[in-house]
Ligand binder design. Sequence first.
Ligand code: DP6
Length: 404
Amino acid sequence: VRPAAMAAERALAMATCTAPVNIAVIKYWGKRDTDLILPINSSLSVTLHQDQLKTTTTAAASRDFTEDRLWLNGKEADVGHPRVQACLREVRRLARKRRGGGEDAAALSLSYKIHIASENNFPTAAGLASSAAGYACLVSALARLYGLEEELSEVARRGSGSACRSMFGGFVQWQRGERPDGTDSLALQVAPETHWPELRVLVLVVSGEKKPVGSTAGMQTSVETSPLLKHRAEVVVPERLAQMMQHIRDRDFEGFGQLAMRDSNQFHATCLDTFPPIFYLTDVSRHIIALAHRYNAHHGHTKVAYSFDAGPNAVIFALADTVAEFVEVVRRSFPPATNGDQFVRGLPVGSAVLPPELEAAVLSQPVPGAVQYILHTKPGPGPQLVDDPSQHLLGPDGLPRSRA
Ligand code: DP6
């Protein structure tokens, strides 16, 4: 008996995967094709470790399901969302192609309705980008369900542009591609997560508020109105991408950090150059930017580098030996509102005493409560299969398990 045919005969098939968040150091902003999600420039990101930030998704197919259904963080959501549908359609198309289109018994399971449940291990309200991990996880789980083994960043891209980069661990490039059909607009791993063992990431969560303008709508307005964005995509990014790849290969934090900050700043400059303008950075974001520059100036070189996406939270890159001191600088600058119990989360952070010269040069008037908490993490691997069936988010009845 062929294994594929066996799978089709099963009443219920289920697969669970996890997928990571990524943070771009050369930003994606702007599409040349909004339906296929083809970008106007290539981008490059660092995949963050799933021990701290991840999405888990279970996909199930059964001949007993009467309709496709989707649950996000325990609540039923619209499975008809065009981007969810695009991912589903593409995965099924690849599965059909793989099976040779014949009247294979296995082809039957492609007509089964599916149930999908997805959860984040971090609060969506924290304003951390969840669509990249979400779509990378959806596509990974569906691929497992249908037994696909090929590289699927092209499919994840149809869910959310940045999601294609979450299909790999470590350092990942999304190459813009040239073809109108998008078949060359793919993610490629530049280096694995083990390449730069000292690299650390601090997420400074400054606000749980929803962003004023979503990325999808925002970047479209930018494409239509910002001459700076056009210049960025055509001239600036191609140069920067090559430089950034070299800095990563060389594990050159000075070069990497400088360029990451400049690229984040240029992205936010294109937002200001958009008409009407878009503001993602807040006063707290700007405080963090100024603090990072004072800290680096005090040390005489780039010790920390910030990057901001379409929201006010700061992502700070640093080497491991800098983390404890910089966390103390942040704690002193933004004293926790409560007792500060859970102020630092994720990987352990050692204690540090700030030298008086540093205090004098770097600290300014504290802004209590402005940073809710700091999440300490590092680069991590790409999507993972969850083998343990007890970890499925859907029960044997195909419905979400009650959450503990
Ligand atoms: C600022 O990938 O969320 O985070 O493709 O429309 O889903 P869509 O947009 P999305 O945009 C991410 C923009 C960014 C920069 C980046 O991640 O490169």
